[in-house]
Structure formats: C-alpha cells, structure tokens
Design a protein around this ligand. Structure first.
Ligand code: GUN
Length: 292
C-alpha cells in the first residue's frame, strides 16, 4: 500500500505556480487576485477561507475577503458579487458555501461572471466542462485528477466508482474521469443514496472515490484488493482527546481499508490540499484570460 501524500504534492505544485505568478507579475505589472465572499460564522468555512488567503500569499497572489453577517440580504449579496464582477483588479471570485438558508446558493452562483468563476460552479463552466471545452473545472475534481496524474496512476479503461452525486464533487468528477483523452477514459459508475447493492458495485472499482460526507462509511468489504482509494470526505467528529474537542475524519475507514489498497489518500493531507492548489491554478488562468 502506498500513501498518496496530497500535502507534499500540493507543496511541489505550489512551487511551480509561484514561478508562473512571478512571470505574470514581471510581464503585466500586477498580481493575480482572488476575492472570497464569506457569509456567517461557520467555523469550517472560516478555516477554508483563511487557508485560501494563506495559499494566495504563498504563491505571490493578492487576495481579499468580503465578510458579511448571516443577516445579509439577497440583494446586498448580489450587489457585492456584481461589484467584484466589475472590478478589473480582481481575477477570481468565490462565494464560500454553504450559505445561510434564506439565501439561494444557485442564484448567487449564477450572478458570478463566468470568467471569474474560479470555483467552476457557474452553469456556463459546468456545461463547457461536460462538453470538453476550455472551462474552469471545480477545484476538488481537478485536484483529484492532478493527484492521479502526479502519482502516474493510469485511468484509461479503468473501472471508476464514485460514491456521492454532489454538484461540487461527484457529478463533475464523473464527467472529468470519463472524458476522452489523458487523465480520462475511465468507465465511471456514479453511486448515491438510492443505489442498490452498493458494496458489490464498489468491489468492481479499480479507482474508488468516496465523496458522500459520512465519516468512516467505506469499509474493507467494499474494496477490491489492489484498488486505488480516494477519500474526499472531511467531517468534524467529536473527539474528547483533542484540544479542540474534534478531529477531522474522512469517508473511508482508513484502518480497515488501507491494507487492501494499492494507493490511498489520508484525511487530512490527501485531497484537501490539492483542492486548494486547483483554486490557485484557476485564479492564475483567470488572470491570464483577463490580460488577453
Ligand atoms: N464549500 C465547500 N467546498 C467549497 C468549495 O470548493 N468552494 C466554495 N465556494 N465553497 C465550498
């Protein structure tokens, strides 16, 4: 069993991005700039946004945070997104999810200028990605694809099973891995809460991806010997033995599953850091696009 070290891979890729950012600054006299919009006090969202700002700094990009209380109205939030859309200094814009219940996340996403939608959540980008056209691919699927490439894990003709059909991970990932060409060409099965005989389907997988958000869900009896297992889950579970009172847990029962795998990602330190790198890559891509 080989552990896929997402943290180290992300560190390596960030070095390459930093070089490209330095080139960009030399050529165009300004830094690529990512704006994050954060509504409310959700601790996980606050951590994610803080990390994104830290990543930007590390590779030489600018970042700004637009922070609002969860009492913000739909009109105020849309107005903020439009202001960022119109700001020529800002290349990429993300609205951190989830949003409070009184706000319709889809409506807000659809107000983002697709050329600044570095999360790849806007229907224009999702549609273009499905068609295999140049687009912003959402960060987690892109990060997983990069991780498979970095570890030279072949995808062509492989059976790939994804558990979880979210708009952010499962659905785009199924599309990405079944695209024609390098990094794709998988035979993909997308499973969800209504899937029958899930265990049996999972045992078919050469590449098994758990993205359902249920800690420890994937057990050893669901994994074929020698499979590649990618754990997208990252849940906070109570743990009285830690200082914070919680720990981060993936969707895979790591202790049970790891011995059966050829490769496996840990949580934390697997997919998470790669997601953050994808956002940086998309922001640089947006900045280059805006220059042109
Ligand atoms: N919440 C959880 N993951 C993400 C993400 O990739 N982007 C945004 N905007 N919000 C999220």
């Amino acid at each position: 069993m080989k552990l896929i070290d997402g943290k180290q891979t992300a560190q390596d890729l960030k070095k390459d991005i930093a070089v490209e950012v330095a080139d960009f600054i030399r050529q165009y006299g300004r830094r690529p700039h990512l704006a994050a919009v954060l509504v409310g006090e959700d601790p996980a969202s606050q951590t994610y946004v803080r990390n994104k700002e830290k990543d930007c700094k590390e590779v030489g990009m600018d970042s700004s945070l637009y922070k609002f209380p969860d009492t913000i109205t739909r009109e105020e939030l849309i107005s903020c997104v439009q202001t960022i859309n119109d700001d020529p200094e800002i290349d990429g814009l993300i609205v951190q999810l989830p949003l409070p219940d009184h706000l319709d996340a889809q409506e807000i996403i659809e107000t983002i200028d697709p050329s600044k939608d570095v999360d790849g959540f806007h229907p224009v980008n999702v549609g273009r990605m499905v068609l295999g056209l140049p687009s912003f691919v959402s960060a987690t699927p892109a990060g997983i694809a990069d991780l498979l490439e970095y570890y030279k894990i072949p995808t062509q003709g492989k059976e790939c099973v994804i558990i979880g059909r979210s708009n952010i991970v499962g659905k785009p990932l199924a599309n990405l891995l079944s695209q024609k060409g390098p990094g794709g060409d998988c035979t993909v099965t997308l499973c969800h809460s209504r899937t029958k005989e899930l265990d049996k389907i999972c045992r078919r997988a050469d590449i098994l991806i758990a993205a359902l958000g249920r800690p420890g869900f994937l057990k050893a009896n669901m994994v074929k010997e020698g499979a590649v297992v990618i754990d997208v889950g990252i849940s906070r579970v109570e743990d009285k033995n830690t200082k914070s009172g919680f720990r981060l847990a993936g969707d895979v029962d790591f202790e049970q599953v790891a011995p059966r795998c050829s490769y496996i990602t840990p949580v934390p330190g697997g997919v998470g850091p790669m997601t953050r790198v994808s956002l940086l890559k998309n922001t640089l891509k947006a900045a280059l696009k805006h220059i042109k």
